[in-house]
Design a protein around this ligand. Structure first.
Ligand SMILES: C[S@@+](CC[C@H](N)C(=O)[O-])C[C@H]1O[C@@H](n2cnc3c(N)ncnc32)[C@H](O)[C@@H]1O
Length: 263
């Protein structure tokens, strides 16, 4: 069952906070290393969100290049626009990943991190990506597979129910396992696939793990009932995590998967 998250101003701030943690700063470094943007290139960031990756890309392509950040959520667009305002080579536009506002073959590269897992029609999204890239153009796509979670709990069954509810915030919580075949079907050649782990082998208040725990708690409180989760059960799950933190027994990890493909 899928209940989309609304990327309103509060969600935009929460995503920004989580994506400024060292875990996601490290992810952006990995993405940039894989994509290897060059001065003068024209690059799109599809689902630009808070604009953190687009800001790095704009600096790397320089004033002779072009970075277009696209997003469907007005609050995200506003945040990205503010972040990119001082970089004349960057622009932001409202749009959907399944209908890209770029001419055929007009881009050298495109990135989309933590976005396609929200997109129901991945066939159309990847054929659009293929259309807008030039021959030899690169695509870097990164998404989470929520089956890869290792999260210590005193009640594994309850943890499973909370995570099953969280799966409902995405169109496909297991997209990475299918991405290779989807890329090939859209006419791409996959060059490289890497795991980007989000790991907290102990509690860190400023971490991806802390941010995602808050996000899952909020999502479950609003949507748990539809998944047979009572308010008491959700609170018991959260209180258990607080107890484990106090005892120094917190452990969380989940894998993101980065695909580099060429047109
Ligand atoms: C979790 S955020 C990731 C933001 C950014 N890519 C990053 O990694 O920092 C997901 C973003 O994807 C956007 N999004 C979701 N579905 C989209 C679609 N169909 N077209 C464009 N943007 C979309 C959301 O509005 C949100 O800004």
């Amino acid at each position: 069952m899928s209940q989309a998250i609304e990327f309103d101003e509060a969600a935009a701030r929460a995503v920004e906070q989580m994506y400024l943690t060292p875990d996601v700063v490290g992810q952006r470094a990995r993405v940039l290393e894989m994509l290897a943007p060059k001065p003068g290139e024209r690059i799109a960031d599809i689902g630009v969100g808070p604009g953190l990756l687009a800001q790095d890309l704009a600096r790397l392509v320089g004033e002779t290049g072009r970075v277009a950040g696209l997003d469907m959520a007005p609050a995200m667009m506003k945040m990205a626009r503010t972040r990119l305002a001082a970089l004349p080579q960057a622009e932001c536009m409202t749009g959907d990943a399944t209908s890209l506002p770029f001419a055929d073959g007009s881009l050298d590269a495109a990135v989309s991190t933590q976005v396609y897992e929200y997109v129901a029609d991945m066939g159309t999204a990847l054929s659009e990506l293929h259309r807008v890239l030039r021959a030899g153009g690169r695509a870097l796509v990164l998404d989470t597979d929520w089956r890869s979670v290792v999260w210590h709990s005193s009640d594994e069954a309850r943890m499973g129910r909370v995570l099953a509810c969280w799966d409902g915030h995405l169109a496909d919580p297991h997209l990475p396992a299918k991405l290779g075949r989807l890329f090939a079907r859209a006419g791409f050649q996959v060059l490289r696939v890497e795991i980007v782990p989000m790991l907290a082998a102990g509690w860190q208040p400023v971490s991806y793990a802390a941010g995602i725990m808050r996000a899952i708690h909020g999502f479950a409180r609003n949507n748990g009932e539809a998944h047979g989760l009572s308010a008491e059960e959700i609170q018991a799950w959260y209180d258990d995590q607080l107890r484990l933190i106090e005892r120094g027994e917190f452990f969380f990890s989940v894998n993101r998967y980065a695909f580099l493909a060429v047109r």
